[in-house]
Design a protein around this ligand. Structure first.
Ligand SMILES: *Cc1c(COP(=O)(O)O)cnc(C)c1O
Length: 376
């Protein structure tokens, strides 16, 4: 049997060192519960890091999107605009509420929602008789979307914005943090994200009422009473005090993690300079990406991204195609879509390389060497 070198993962967790202190403290104080000081601490520290006014820690980014839609009053028969080029969790909560996603294509400069197609979609939906109830826009792979243009359109039509910043913690647009632009922002701390709570999320807003209402709904919607009194349907979406402890340790090293991910990206960019077919997405002026995943697209290449992926796999290196646009997913393909083939082409021509913040120089060298082999 061929001996394989150590596996290099796409985006594994990377502990900072202080996580266990917070977890130990939770055990000592018997706060092994979905309540406790780590949660309050994590929420406060998340606000400090992102500049958000208020935050609530939740069990996942998906739960945060679900609650955000409820806060904005989305329900059956409503339509919600959503980026097509994203992970399915951006859109699934729309369907949980029996509303209909309306997908919008990407523009080529950030790969995020196209302002042109957004405007076209809104006008067309209004013409067909219904103004969309909300807009979910995503900062994919950490690259901030064209916020000025998108927000101007949303404001003009008075459509509230949910900012899916699950992949963009630590990214900024014109020096403001991702997550701070929408009426509501959401983050994910899933195991593959730039920092992790081993599974978790958060909802942030400048609007205190939204965050308080989200906290209420996430804790089973208990009305004030000595017994359990309910006048609304609640959810069990709170983060545990143990997970929040991991999150506090992770937040301490967020800036470091952003720096390390950006260094991976620069390394790849430089290493593949000679291979003209390999193209990296530049940061437009004012856009600062956390480079959560290092991605590239192939142009006029005789080599396919799948050929590279399969070769890397034989070397025990994990890579992955870019997100398959949601309007092409079997589960969503009958739903409205406004766009051309921008996201579809990205999906066909792109690849995500290993991007963990603890990649060693020898790992990076091994990845580059193996990718180059495919081009010889
Ligand atoms: C990870 C992710 C989510 C969902 O977050 P979970 O914490 O895994 O539920 C939503 N949107 C995007 C763009 C993501 O990458």
């Amino acid at each position: 049997m061929k001996h394989l070198p150590n596996r290099i993962y796409l985006s594994p967790p990377h502990m900072g060192g202080h996580e266990l202190n917070y977890v130990h403290k939770a055990f000592e104080d018997n706060f092994v519960a979905p309540a406790g000081p780590n949660i309050e601490g994590f929420e406060r520290e998340l606000c400090d890091k992102t500049g958000a006014a208020y935050s609530v820690a939740l069990s996942s980014g998906t739960a945060a999107i679900h609650l955000a839609l409820i806060l904005l009053g989305v329900g059956p028969e409503d339509e919600v605009l959503c980026s097509s080029f994203t992970f399915s969790a951006s859109a699934n909560p729309i369907v949980y509420l029996r509303a209909t996603p309306v997908f919008i294509d990407s523009e080529p400069e950030t790969w995020n929602m196209s302002p042109e197609f957004l405007e076209l979609a809104i006008q067309d939906r209004i013409k067909k008789g219904k103004k969309p109830k909300a807009l979910i826009l995503v900062h994919l792979y950490g690259m901030p979307a064209k916020m000025d243009e998108l927000l101007e359109i949303a404001r003009h039509f008075e459509i509230p914005v949910i900012e899916d910043a699950a992949e963009a913690l630590g990214s900024t647009y014109k020096k403001r943090n991702a997550g701070k632009f929408g009426d509501i922002g959401i983050f994910s701390f899933n195991g593959n994200k730039i920092i992790t709570t081993s599974g978790g999320g958060a909802l942030v807003s400048e609007n205190k009422e939204y965050v308080e209402k989200a906290r209420f709904l996430a804790m089973q919607a208990k009305d004030p009473a000595p017994h359990y009194e309910h006048s609304q349907i609640g959810y069990n979406y709170r983060l545990s005090n143990i997970s929040a402890g991991i999150g506090r340790g992770q937040l301490e090293v967020l800036e470091k993690r952003v720096k390390q991910r950006r260094e991976n990206f620069s390394f790849y960019q430089e290493a593949f300079q000679q291979i003209e077919e390999i193209q990296f997405l530049k940061e437009p002026t004012g856009h600062f990406s956390n480079r959560w995943l290092s991605t590239f697209t192939l142009k006029n290449s005789s080599v396919s991204p799948e050929k590279i992926r399969l070769h890397l796999e034989t070397c025990n290196i994990e890579s992955r195609p870019l997100w398959k646009p949601l309007h092409l997913q079997p589960v969503f393909k009958t739903l409205p879509f406004y766009g051309e083939k921008v996201s579809e082409n990205l999906f066909q021509n792109g690849l995500c390389l290993p991007s963990g913040s603890d990649l060693q120089e020898e790992d990076l060298a091994r990845i580059v060497k193996e990718v180059k082999k495919v081009f010889i």
